[in-house]
Every structure is written in C-alpha cells, then in structure tokens.
Design a protein around this ligand. Structure first.
Ligand code: BES
Ligand code: ZN
Ligand code: ZN
Length: 489
C-alpha cells in the first residue's frame, strides 16, 4: 500500500503526482519538480499559500498524467501536521476523482526543519489515514480507497527508510479499526457483538484473551459495572487482552470505557445530547486496537488491555438515582446520576487489573465528560495523572502524533464534591463546575498508588465534520498516541 521509491520522472509514466509547495522556500531537490513549481508560482492563483492547489495535465517535463500542487504555507509554519494535512487532502481529492494510484514528491528533508524519517512518516500517515472510507451501510455511490500510494525520494533515502512503510501502515490500520468500531451503529455493536468482534480479532493476532461474562462478573462482585448494565437487554462483559513479551521489564495496563450506547439510563439524556452516543465506546476501541497493533508490531512492552463493555439503558431493571452499589474494590457508591456511568465501569475494571496484574503503569481512555469538551474544545483531550513522568510521556506523544493532550489538575480538596451522605462516595459531584476534574478524582479513588493517567477523550473521539485526514464520525483518537507513548515508558 505505502511504498518508498526512487524513479526518474522524465521516463516513468505515472498517473498522478502530488507536490507539496512551500510559499517562501524551495524545498525540493529534483530539477523536474523544481521546474513545475516555478511554472505554478507564475500563475496568479497559486502562491504556495496553505491549502492553495492547482493541477496541471500532461506537462512536457514530467511523464505524469496529472500533477497536483498543494500549498503548505510559510516555511516557519511547516510541521508534521502540515504535511499530514497536505497528504490527506491530496488522497481525498484522488478518491473523489476515482483514481487508484498516487505519488507524492517528498520534500528534501535538509530543506525542512524536520528529519528525513519525520517527513516521510508524516506524509505517509496523512495519506494512509485519509484513505479510509466508512461506507459499510451504503448500497450505492460507494467510493474506492486508493490501491497504492508511493513516496518519491532519492534512491539512498528509499533504501534507508523503506522499513518505515510497514510500521506506519500497521499503526494507521489500528486507527482505522478503532474508527470502524466507533462508527458502527449501536444496534450492530451490542455488548455481546462488540465483545465477539474484539475477541475474534485479538485471537487472530495471538493475544491472550479472557472474557469475564455476566455470571463471572456477578461471582467476582463487579457491583458498579453490573449496575450500569442492569437496564439493558444485552449482557455486559469484561474483556482482558494480554500482549506478553519475553524479557520485557514493564507491564502497562490500558483500560477503555466501552459503553456501546449511552442513553443516560433513567437520567435519560435529552434532545441532541443522545444523538452520537454510539461513540461512548471510543476508549474501548482505542485500547483494543492498540493491543492488536502492538501484537502485530511485536511491541517490546507487556500490555494488559481491560475493556469493560456495557450498554446504558433505562428500564424496569435499571439502576435508579439514590441506589447504592458495592464496587469491586469494596467501596460503596451512591448513584447520584445514572448518566455518570463511565466512571462506574472504569473503577471496577481498574481495581480488578490492579489486584490481578499489578501493572507498573495504568492508562485509561474514556469519553467521560461533556465538561472536558467545555474546557478544552473538541480537538484536545484532558489528561489527569498522579505521575508527572507518565503525564509527560502522554502529552509528548500527543505533540508528535497531533492527538493533542492537555494536563489538568487533580486537586485533593475537590474530593469534597464527591461526598455522599449514605455511601463511601457519590458518582455525581455536588457542583456542576469542574465536571471533568471531579470525574477524574472519582477514578483516582480506585487506583491506590499505581502510577496512572486518565485521558478524557469525549471531545476528540468523535467529530461530526470531516477533517484533513479523517471522515465524519469516529477519529480513532488514542491509537497512534498510545503506540507512541509505549515507546517512551
Ligand atoms: N458519555 C458521556 C460523556 C460524553 C458527552 C461523551 C459528550 C461524549 C460527548 C458521559 O457518560 C456522561 O453522560 N457524563 C455526564 C456526567 C454527569 C452526569 C456528572 C456529563 O458529562 O454530563
Ligand atoms: Zn453518561
Ligand atoms: Zn457515557
């Protein structure tokens, strides 16, 4: 799918060539490409400004049917994300024009403030991520993904960096997988179906798989998780995936919120706020897809995935506001609001993982609070952690992958907000302010002294509008981030 190649543009016949163009600097080495850019810049409508584009057909200098030039903007502003965006837009254009193959002219790295592998990887990521179309449920007007995306470099660069193609493709395939799961409608991913989908893929990749079913969850006293599941006709599960590497020093646990639909329960969501709640398993999708990706790449860290899967529905069997349940850890929780269900399934999954696997690090991902979106908007995730190093490696990984994460506080005195008159803790804070913080503090009461980070992805997990290299809906946020983080812990 992705290929790093060196060819002579004056001889080799190709279908489409995309050229990134910098507004105020010549960033290419190939004389044929330089000549085409010069010609384009002579046009009044093209100056290389960000997202300006022009297409030439059948140029004499280059044996390409069409050459698409795409502006990157000013040299100083060009970073990895500029390149991903350019590549993504070019791929989208080709898909819409029903093309099958695309070549990118890779800028000479010594002309950019990035290393050669960074330039190649960023372009490849943008291209691969954009080459995903979710259309399973459409009968006609289907689009076709590109078959081949080639990256044109000098021959020694091609030899040196060829190994990157497979890795980028595998990681981005993990993002595609998470997107597919998130976009799948809730009737097609009931807890039973979603559980089976994860299990069958994980087994194929030879991960160790264990599923705790409803009876086992009852027997082991997962009271908080079971409480959320009570209103649904579907049965809950806890999926445990293990990626084990001989000789690996650390075990990292990844926990993902898997609410296949969040109606709010008896505290039913109103109006538009329920519409996109099929996305409430995005944390689970990211955690499971990361484990599958780590298995494919033989990542050198032991990883435990713990994925609690439930549906939050109102019914005669549902939990009620005021109910008190006993969590797996033993603490009692008053259900102040049935819509604060994510934290309930997470505390049981996390307490179980800590007891059973004693991981050195634990990271949970969850579409946990609307409040986090109010705080950071829908493109930046909130990170809450009791460990500065772990928080640092997550935010640093996010800088690289452009899955932006912003550290938020865990102030001890705010725990006051979670006091219950009748139980050890309430799942509903007493103030409507700082909801993302109080949700994270609730989780923190169940992690003991395990170095832990919580990533609230309510905003970036699901975007109604398409972006540079992602269609509308699930973004797969977290997979590339966690893969990058795993290289730093
Ligand atoms: N799944 C929601 C959070 C959410 C909101 C995710 C928007 C994605 C987009 C979560 O279960 C929820 O309902 N949280 C409540 C908590 C409140 C009742 C304390 C919220 O954010 O309003
Ligand atoms: Zn909810
Ligand atoms: Zn939820």
């Amino acid at each position: 799918m992705l290929h790093l190649k060196s060819v002579n543009l004056e001889k080799q016949q190709i279908e489409t060539l995309a050229i990134p163009v910098c507004e105020d600097k010549d960033i290419h080495a190939d004389p044929a490409i330089k000549a085409v850019i010069k010609k384009a810049l002579e046009l009044a409508e093209f100056n290389g400004k960000k997202d300006e584009a022009v297409t030439f057909y059948d140029l004499p200098q280059i044996k390409a049917r069409r050459v698409m030039l795409h502006g990157l903007g000013k040299f100083k502003t060009i970073d990895r994300e500029t390149l991903r965006a350019m590549a993504g837009k070019s791929v989208e254009k080709c898909i819409n024009s029903e093309l099958a193959n695309l070549w990118f002219a890779v800028p000479a790295a010594d002309q950019l403030d990035l290393g050669p592998s960074e330039v190649i990887v960023a372009l490849q990521e943008g291209a691969y991520l954009a080459n995903h179309i979710f259309q399973k449920y459409k009968g006609e007007n289907n689009k076709k993904a590109l078959k081949q995306i080639n990256f044109l470099v000098e021959s020694q660069v091609a030899r040196k960096y060829r190994h990157l193609c497979a890795k980028v493709a595998t990681v981005c395939e993990g993002t595609h997988l998470a997107r597919e799961w998130v976009n799948t409608p809730s009737n097609e991913k009931t807890p039973e179906k979603f559980t089976r989908a994860i299990v069958s893929l994980a087994q194929k990749e030879r991960l160790k798989v264990q599923v705790l079913n409803e009876a086992q969850l009852k027997q082991k006293k997962f009271g908080a998780l079971l409480a959320v599941a009570a209103g649904s006709l579907s049965k809950p599960s806890l999926v445990i995936l293990e990626h084990k590497v001989p000789g690996a020093k650390k075990t990292v646990a990844l926990v993902g919120k898997g609410v296949t639909f969040d109606s709010g329960g008896l505290n039913l969501k109103t109006g538009g706020s329920m519409a996109d709640m099929k996305c409430d398993m995005s944390g689970a999708a990211a955690a499971a897809a990361t484990l599958i990706t780590a298995a494919r790449l033989k990542t050198n860290v032991n990883i435990i995935g713990a994925i609690p899967i439930v549906e939050n529905m109102p019914s005669g069997q549902a939990i009620r506001p005021g109910d008190i349940v006993r969590s797996f850890a033993g603490k009692t929780v008053e259900i102040g609001n049935t819509d604060a269900e994510g934290r309930l399934i997470l505390i049981d999954a996390m307490a179980y993982v800590i007891k059973r696997y004693k991981p050195q690090l634990m990271v949970d991902l969850a579409t946990l609070t609307g409040a986090c979106m109010v705080a950071l908007g829908d493109k930046i995730a909130g990170v809450f952690s009791n460990d500065d190093d772990l928080a640092g490696s997550i935010t640093a990984a996010g800088e690289i992958t452009h899955e932006r994460c912003w550290r938020m506080p865990l102030p001890d005195d705010y725990k006051e907000l979670l006091k219950s008159d009748f139980a050890d803790i309430s799942n509903m804070p007493s103030s409507r302010y700082g909801g993302a913080v109080s949700a994270a503090l609730f989780l923190s009461e169940f992690v003991d002294d395990t170095p832990w980070a919580h990533i609230d992805i309510a905003g970036p997990a699901y975007l109604k509008k398409k972006s540079n290299y992602c269609g509308p809906g699930g973004t797969g946020f977290g997979v590339r981030l966690l893969m990058e983080m795993l290289e730093r812990v």
